[in-house]
Design a protein around this ligand. Sequence first.
Ligand SMILES: [Zn+2]
Length: 242
Amino acid sequence: MRALTASEIIHLWETAYRFHPIDQALSILQQAMPGHTREQLAAMSLGQRDDLLLALRQLTFGDTLPGKDTCPHCNERVEFALSCTALSVDTPEPKRRQLVTDGFDVTVRPLTSFDLGAAANASTVDEARSLLLERCVDEVLYQGVPTPVQALPQSIQNSIAETASATDPQAEKVLELSCPACKNEWQSLLDIGHVLWMEICAWAQRLLLEVHQLATAYGWTEDEILKLGPVRRATYLQMVAP
Ligand SMILES: [Zn+2]
């Protein structure tokens, strides 16, 4: 993996802005990892995918990831800084797990972008949930006999969902937040795909403004300006509009 270039940031913003967030995350990775097919990236567990997105974010925009949230108790705006490296804990590769309980023997696998894509087409939240439940299960046996997931008791369905999460703990980046005003503490989930996409949008628009300013001043082409390193580009910009 390598950092995204200025041209690639603009290309991503231009081509993927209409995509579903799942496809935006895959497009970002595919741009930085041309040796991988889209299918290979979509078949990775969500934790693996998010760790790659964090690594790419660190390479492209730096390690410190600014965040903000609103205190659910007093509505105070809370700002904080995260470390991409610290969030991307080096955990073992996600693997299938056996859930053996009450006569049931279930093989559970971690969820992937393919699964999220399928659930995104569901018309209700309940339908999406049961679709994910079906997809994360390879085989269900009750007293040795294959059994459909829908026929399982609710308690077993809950255990399957918990087991699926446990196969891929990196899929949920839980942030422990606290409010400086009222000392309230709460948890929030980091969606690194969404955060990185928003950063790419902001950077693309900023880069185009820089192209506009330098092209107007010097008559250089977009390609010539984007090939300048960020330090050189910033120095020319200071000369144009100090
Ligand atoms: Zn508060």
